[in-house]
Design a binder for this molecule. Sequence first.
Ligand code: XUL
Ligand code: CO
Length: 441
Amino acid sequence: MSTGYFGDISKIPFEGPGSTNPLAFRFYDPDELVLGKRMEDHLRFAVCYWHSFVWPGSDPFGGQTFERPWYGPSGAADTMALAKKKADVAFDMFAMLGVPYFTFHDADVRPEGASFSESRDRLNEIADYFEAKMDATGLKLLWGTANLFSHRRYMAGAATNPDPDVFAYAAATVKSCMDVTHRLKGQNYVLWGGREGYETLLNTDIGRELDQMGRFLSMVVDYKHKIGFKGSILIEPKPQEPTKHQYDYDVGTIYGFLKRYGLEGEVKTNIEQGHAILAGHSFEHELALAAALGIFGSIDMNRNDYQSGWDTDQFPNNVPEMALAYYQVLRAGGFTTGGTNFDAKLRRQSLDPQDLLIAHIGGMDCCARGLKAAASMVEEKALSAPLAERYAAWDKPDAARLLDKNADLEAIEADVLARNLDPQPRSGRQEYLENVVNRYV
Ligand code: XUL
Ligand code: CO
């Protein structure tokens, strides 16, 4: 039953590229086949709870701008009744958009209790409320996660805190969130270490903190197996913000961390476009690297403002960027448990309920266009044929011998001398390839 919060709008229709209706999809048609698979099953869209239903529109210079019927006097849904009202509107919006998934932190969905057990009971009660709505609508959970960064107890980190009691509190909190995620048949469980880092080395023992984090993650993996959770455990890289330096800096750093603690076969990554940019990478770099290292899991599809150098969590609106991102996703074989999560928020002047719908519609359309462009590039081997050609010499037996484990520098030197080798450079054809991409976007 609709809450009426968005007016008398029902399901957002697909009207095709010619439509000028702001409340219709122009490119996202869930049933359209792309490379033989429904678009919905490629993109696996999810809407996050936090930015759309929890964030009040504040910035470092000013407070709440949004007035939502589920915000109490403090600007948050601080009673269980308000939390349920918020859930009603959230599920209304998920259904209108026709997204198959949603995502949440514990703190997004229930007011903090006076004790750990009260917070956990409240989370469980909201999970019951969600479960009934999910059964009724068919909506699914892409991932759950614990907010281990907003409360002041976490100001010096969660797993990496100098106080073991905070480590314990965080571990018990993650257990309760994994339990709920498992119960709601979540496809993944995400850990974003917002405060797992430091402000100053003057008060920080990096080696000790990394060991704490490694142990914490090992316990998460053990618990996953213990409860029979079939989803993936994902870490979300981000280089800084809120802390000056975060340990999960980028995909490469996470891979090194996983290797060190023997978890590289157990944990993958949830890669966010804006975080990639903060780390000084392109989004497609992070995606391609994760795929190459075997730790690609899911994506948070929100961008930063390139001028501000800050994590602005904006909805995607740049089709060429999306095309290159989905090209990497397709090259990686597409999503398995992962999907496209909008960890994106409105600008604080976008006050109207319809702004929430319009933002997601635009983001979904942008991703759909990017996916279709990427699929055409795959289908026509626009980039893969020149790539195969560039590396073709490596496919010859002589070249493969160079990488054989019996190869050594002396034998290679003898061969270079015997063949009187004088390798000739070949063009990398970058501008040609850029022009090829431009034909598709
Ligand atoms: C913060 C961020 C988080 C994670 C989940 O920048 O991206 O919202 O996605 O904790
Ligand atoms: Co994110």
